[in-house]
Design a binder for this molecule. Structure first.
Ligand code: PEP
Ligand code: MG
Length: 580
């Protein structure tokens, strides 16, 4: 028995036999010369292979249009365009005529040459296209060589797919009835496979690096997509425990989804809002499935993390419109770019050579230092506001000066839009993320210039307890029940209410259902989290009374250590939710 740890990208627990989906190795391409009178037949062979590849691709594209977001289906549209490109086809045909060599060799040589040129380009967009050339040339070669690819579409038994990486087309066309889980060497939370896994509700752990080395076909696996763990060949006892946990998880999910359209209201009638966090626009459509009442945190910096995509106003505008339209009038909180720290940008001067990047040039500091870049984002958000209900939120505010400066630039961005006759909503709410202790301690001051607060507990815990959130060695210290953290949270909520504005939370803590009762008792108005966690949190909200939660919060606020506080909360939960 062995356990691997990776990135949890799609929750749920599942056990089953491993199916290794490693790219089938191409047999060596045999190079042979053609005589003049064989050329015509070889050209026909090439044409047939291209036609067959196109037919396959069109079928995948049509399916993608029905089942995937536009961005993902566009990948296949681009492949079709390349395969229909007369210049490309001409190059292949001329290659056969001039070299007098077989079609396989010509396709492979020309594709390799094109890829090498693209990879050497300084333009990242051009470099990315090399992947597409690889994809389409492999398609043509598969047909020419008569290779029967191992297809996930043909699966006839329940399996857990183990792969180095998967193409979106493979995930789309797989037999979803039989794929019970995904385990991958590559990928992260925002990879296409992760998004599709969440969309299809298949538990998945990605970014494992060594999964395809450690796991063999038919190994028994347990995938815990919530904890990010994969157990290889567990013993019977372990397996039974996992199966039970998996069944309970599915039963609970069904129960929770049944309450999707019911309000997040306590038994004594106190209503809170449950919203979703997203990283990329494609996720927006899915959050409604889980009953999200809006988007409480759109981490807009992910738009900037792909090389070459950076600061285009139009590109940003389109992305924000896509999210707003998907949410159809529900509120969408766009957090302005939180660049720097651990989010290093390929196209900007942010580098990892700062001594303390997490205390360095990051988030609002970065935006204020590059006002033109910042205003480009603000204009894109402003312009998108006519397509839905948008709110703007500034990250890592440490004091009122930064908030005031950001507001000045927002006013300038408004003036620039007006000068170009670009319409925008005039009542856009502007909020502050409370994730630095100084912001929490001056929340009463910040509240005067804010329409809402959102507590970013990931950073608030990191900065208040001096615990690098990415350092596993000190992770044990990152305790949300530490009295200091709880006091910061309470101070922030109280300051918001004093001023008559709402206090939200969008750090991971908001989606931790074992903490929901305590947060309700502290007075939190809005919880924003991974969409998949919403049903579970709603289940807790609907089962408790605000009166009891407040009593719990009062008790916990008297506590002197995180251990004592955490024990109090878990005892309360065990008493009120014996099966949790
Ligand atoms: C947070 O810090 O809690 C937060 C939500 O922001 P991020 O995780 O993007 O830093
Ligand atoms: Mg943060």
């Amino acid at each position: 028995m062995k356990t691997l740890s990776g990135v949890p990208v799609s929750s749920g627990i599942v056990s089953g036999k491993a199916f290794l989906h490693v790219e089938s190795e191409f047999p060596e391409i045999v190079r042979y010369s053609l005589s003049e009178n064989q050329i015509e037949a070889e050209l026909k062979r090439l044409d047939r292979a291209i036609a067959e590849s196109l037919e396959d691709l069109r079928a995948v594209h049509e399916r993608a249009l029905r089942e995937m977001s536009k961005d993902l289906s566009d990948i296949f549209a681009a492949h079709i365009m390349m395969l229909e490109d007369p210049d490309f086809i001409d190059q292949l045909r001329t290659g056969i005529q001039e070299t007098l060599q077989n079609a396989e060799c010509v396709v492979s040589d020309i594709a390799r040459g094109m890829m090498q040129k693209m990879m050497a380009s300084p333009d990242p967009l051009f470099r990315e296209r090399a992947v597409d050339i690889n994809d389409i040339s492999r398609r043509i070669l598969t047909v020419l060589l008569g290779i029967k690819q191992i297809s996930l579409a043909e699966l006839d038994r329940d399996v857990i797919v183990v792969a180095h990486d998967l193409l979106p087309s493979e995930v789309l066309t797989m037999n979803k009835t039989h794929v019970k889980g995904f385990v991958m060497d590559g990928g992260g939370r925002t990879s296409h496979t992760a998004i599709l896994a969440r969309a299809f509700n298949i538990p998945a752990v990605l970014g494992l690096s060594i999964a395809t080395k450690e796991i063999k076909n038919d190994d028994m696996l347990v995938v815990d997509g919530s904890a990010g763990q994969v157990t290889i060949n567990p013993d019977q006892q372990e397996l039974n425990a996992y199966k039970k946990a998996g069944t309970q998880y599915r039963k609970k999910q069904d129960e929770f989804l049944a309450i999707r359209d019911l309000p997040a209201e306590t038994t004594d009638g106190c209503r809170v809002a449950l919203k979703a966090n997203i990283e990329i626009p494609e996720e927006a459509e899915q959050v409604l499935r889980y009953g999200a009442e809006g988007i409480g945190l759109y981490r807009s910096e992910f738009l900037f993390l792909t090389p070459g995509q950076a600061a285009e106003e139009e590109m940003q505008y389109q992305a924000y419109c896509q999210v707003l339209k998907a949410l159809g009038g529900l509120p969408v909180t766009i957090r302005t770019m939180d660049i720097g720290g651990d989010k290093i940008l390929p196209d900007f001067q942010v580098t990892s050579d700062e001594r303390n990047p997490l205390l360095g040039w990051r988030a609002i500091r970065f935006s204020l230092a590059l006002p033109e870049l910042f205003k480009t984002q603000l204009r894109a958000i402003l312009r998108s506001s006519v397509h839905g209900n948008v709110r703007i939120m500034f990250p890592l505010i440490s004091g009122i000066e930064e908030l005031e400066q950001a507001r000045v630039l927002l006013d300038e961005a408004r003036a620039e839009c007006r000068a170009k006759a670009q319409p925008f909503a005039d009542n856009i709410e502007v909020g502050v993320m409370i994730e630095v202790p100084s912001a929490a301690m001056t929340a009463d001051i910040l509240a005067k210039s804010s329409d809402f607060f959102s507590i970013g507990t990931n950073d608030l815990i990191q900065y208040s307890l001096a615990v690098d959130r990415g350092n596993e060695r000190v992770n044990y210290l990152a305790q949300p029940c530490h009295p200091a953290v709880l006091r910061f949270i309470k101070t922030t909520i109280d300051a918001a209410h004093q001023k008559g504005i709402k206090a939200a939370m969008c750090g991971e803590l908001a989606g931790d259902s074992s903490m929901t009762a305590l947060l309700l008792g502290l007075g939190l108005d809005e919880f924003s989290m991974t969409a998949q966690s919403i049903p579970q949190v709603k289940g807790i909200v609907r089962a408790v009374s605000m009166k009891d939660c407040q009593k719990l919060a009062e008790e916990v606020m008297k506590g002197t250590s995180w251990k004592q506080n955490a024990a109090l909360v878990s005892a309360w939960m065990a008493k009120n939710f014996p099966a949790e």
